[in-house]
Each structure stands twice: as C-alpha cells, then as structure tokens.
Write a protein of this length. Structure first.
Length: 135
C-alpha cells in the first residue's frame, strides 16, 4: 500500500439499511486519490493550469466484501499498479480502522486528458515519478 486516507462514515453516506450506499465507496476512493496527489505536491487545479491536463476516470470496479456502517472509521488506500504514457491503474481498498477488516476491493483506471481537446495527453512526468516512488 502506498497511500492511506482516513474517512468517517456519515449518516448521509448510508442507505435505508444503515450501511454505506454502494456508490459512495467510489466517492471515498476519489477523495483519497485527490488527497494523495495533494500530499505529493500536486493540487488538481494547479495541474490543470500548469500542465493543461485533468484526470478522468476511464473505468472503476469494486468488490464489496463486508458493509461499512454509520460512524465507522475507514482507511482508503491507493497503490499505483501500472501506467502507460497517458493512463494509470490504481488499486484502492477500503478497510475498517477498528480491526483492519477489508471491506471493499477496488480498481480505478485514470486517463490524463488535454483540457482543451479532452483527448488523451501524457501524464506529467513529475506526477508519475512521485506516484511510483511514494511510500
């Protein structure tokens, strides 16, 4: 695991059964990716301004193993699995902090796109280097 981000489950994250609504796991993953970039020194608005690219989700998959519930404290992890010139794949898992129980396994495909044309554009080398060597 390269990155770990804490999340608390709020009432608004849950469904009628009192468990985290399935789509919200992707919101937690998005927050963790944003904070990971921020911790590495890359604010997404500055990446857009300085490099002329934004990151878009190309694919997202999740396997739900154990439900998270209201008020649970979670860890959302991120690990760069691989990349090409314009895309990367990130493994993101979600654990309950209390017992380190794996609740959700995820994988997200990200593409770097030019802000003007929305066509694939190279991932800035500085970002890739920091992601590859993040501890």
């Amino acid at each position: 695991m390269n990155y770990r981000f804490p999340v608390r489950v709020y009432y608004e994250d849950t469904d009628a059964a009192g468990i985290v609504y399935y789509a919200n796991y992707f919101r937690f993953m998005e927050r963790a990716r944003t904070e990971w970039l921020r911790e590495l020194g890359f604010e997404q608005d500055r990446v857009r301004q300085e490099y002329g690219v934004v990151f878009v989700v190309r694919s997202a998959a999740a396997e739900y193993l154990v439900p998270a519930k209201f008020n649970d404290l979670l860890w959302v992890t991120g690990e760069l699995l691989g990349h090409s010139r314009t895309a990367m794949t990130i493994r993101q898992n979600i654990y309950r902090q209390e017992d380190d129980k794996l609740l959700c396994k995820g994988e997200v495909g990200i593409v770097s796109v030019d802000i003007e044309s929305f066509r694939p554009s190279p991932i800035p080398a500085a970002i890739l280097e920091k992601l590859k060597y993040a501890e």
